[in-house]
Design a protein around this ligand. Structure first.
Ligand code: IPE
Ligand code: IPE
Ligand code: MG
Length: 245
């Protein structure tokens, strides 16, 4: 059972981000610095995912999006891609009971059709097994490209206008957001990027418009519950103005 959030998190509930998005970066560099193959960084990164998901659920975060694999990541060496896909399948199967204990639901965004069959099948199984949960929603961004998502939304809206189901004047921000993969999810309040790079790498470009940004030098394989809680504390100290005063 998950203990009540108040006992575990130092961050008051009203200062807690509803939605945290993470660009989990630095697996390869972490491994290389230790004379290990890059994929060893990915293997260790799975432990960080487990720790951070649990910490987020226990803190009372409602949505956690993990940028797990980008559409651009298909361009990596074939054996690295294959290993990441294998870890993903193993993770989705093995962690299902742990996610369930933490009352976590699972969703995925991205070009899911491009994933290998075994990843897609396991994703569907795990998602179905967790569908009844009422706690945090974990969203995995898989083969995700924000620009592709935006283009798809524009195309879907154009199609509706052509079919006469919509007037061009009805296309507003809400209608546009409704055609993104994140249509049922509030925008992220906090974006964390591990391993120091100051860039978005084609992640949630629309949805991050007003997110607080936090880049930590810590590599993803070293980023655990303590680092995640420190990020929540940093967020609680920020003043969001949304263009106001
Ligand atoms: C993040 O770590 C994991 C994925 C992008 C799949 P990297 O593999 O990008 O590690 P670095 O950035 O090369 O160190
Ligand atoms: C971003 O990391 C993608 C994921 C974390 C899945 P990358 O390592 O692919 O990004 P770049 O290449 O440094 O921009
Ligand atoms: Mg990287």
């Amino acid at each position: 059972m998950t203990a009540p959030a108040a006992q575990l998190s130092p961050v008051a509930r009203d200062e807690l981000p509803t939605h945290v998005a993470i660009i989990l970066d630095g697996n390869g560099r972490w491994a290389k610095a230790r004379g290990l193959p890059r994929v060893e960084g990915h293997r260790r990164g799975v432990d960080s995912a487990r720790a951070v998901i649990r910490a987020a659920a226990q803190a009372g975060v409602k949505y956690l999006t993990l940028y797990t694999f980008s559409a651009e990541n298909w361009n990596r060496p074939q054996d690295e891609v294959a290993t990441i896909m294998r870890y993903l399948t193993v993770y989705l199967k093995r962690e299902c009971p742990v996610l369930n204990e933490n009352h976590v639901r699972l969703e995925a965004i991205g070009q899911i059709h491009r994933l290998p069959d075994d990843v897609r099948n396991q994703l569907n199984k795990t998602r179905a097994a967790l569908a009844h949960n009422q706690g945090m929603t974990l969203i995995l961004a898989l083969s995700y490209s924000s620009r592709a998502e935006i283009v798809d939304a524009a195309r879907a809206l154009a199609q509706k206008v052509r079919e006469g189901a919509m007037e061009p004047g009805e296309i507003d921000e809400a209608a546009f957001a409704h055609h993104l993969h994140t249509r049922h999810v509030p925008d992220p309040d906090l974006l964390i990027r591990t391993s120091g790079e100051m860039r978005l790498s084609n992640f949630l470009l629309w949805q991050l418009s007003y997110a607080e940004l936090l880049v930590t030098p810590v590599a993803w394989p070293e980023f655990k519950a303590k680092e995640f809680r420190a990020a929540l504390e940093e967020y609680a100290r920020r003043h969001r103005r949304f263009g106001g005063v």
